[in-house]
Design a protein. Structure first.
Length: 185
């Protein structure tokens, strides 16, 4: 896509992009690989894919269609950033999954791991419910997550430390519906 095409994108509310980091075709390619990896990693047992809202909603919907085995889907809602571009560390659970976790393989799906504070809090809470296994799948990982106490088993892309939007990721609730992942100017 040319720079002019970016400026003309009516979804951007007049904001400028620095660059498109992953376009729709590249994301589809990687999500399909992740789906195959996840399928192979769970040869048996019940699999519950738990999407962390709102950021994971597009990634999760594409990902589950690339997982070729039985599974169930539920969601968690945590709130940490508000309108800021900086993590506050205040993780608040707004919606707790109603599905029983005991004895199931739980795959927690996250859009992006930044400081890891959100995941630390959620992993503690989910581990206490006796799952058969508990793993994280993150589309993007900034690898500055020194605070994250848990491994991220499935990672789409290792990304540089810049603020990204699109494909579910927002800035102040805007830009989630961009079909590509971009960095804001
Ligand atoms: P953490 O607790 O610092 O790891 O923050 C994780 C959450 O912050 C993610 O689920 C996102 O909602 C949000 N976040 C972190 N980095 C970005 C970014 O570059 N763009 C948009 N949202 C982000
Ligand atoms: Mg967010």
């Amino acid at each position: 896509m040319s720079v002019n095409a970016l400026i003309a994108d009516p979804r951007l509310e007049g904001r400028a992009l620095k660059r498109i980091v992953y376009d729709a075709a590249e994301i589809a390619r990687r999500v399909s690989e992740l789906g195959a990896e996840i399928t192979a990693a769970y040869p048996d047992g019940e699999l519950l894919v738990l999407g962390l809202l709102k950021g994971s909603f597009i990634f999760l919907s594409d990902l589950v269609r690339q997982i070729n085995r039985p599974l169930h889907v539920d969601f968690l809602v945590a709130s940490s950033y508000g309108e800021s571009m900086v993590s506050s560390g205040n993780v608040r659970l707004v919606y707790d999954p109603e599905t029983e976790l005991d004895g199931k393989h739980i795959l927690l799906v996250e859009d992006i791991v930044d400081t890891g504070r959100t995941l630390n809090r959620l992993m503690e809470l989910l581990q206490a419910r006796n799952p058969r296994s508990l793993e994280i799948c993150a589309l993007l990982h900034k690898h500055i997550a020194e605070e994250l106490k848990y491994d991220t088993k499935f990672i789409g892309y290792d990304v540089p430390h810049e603020f990204l939007v699109g494909y579910g990721l927002d800035h102040a609730e805007s830009f989630r519906h961009l079909p590509y992942i971009a960095s804001l100017q």
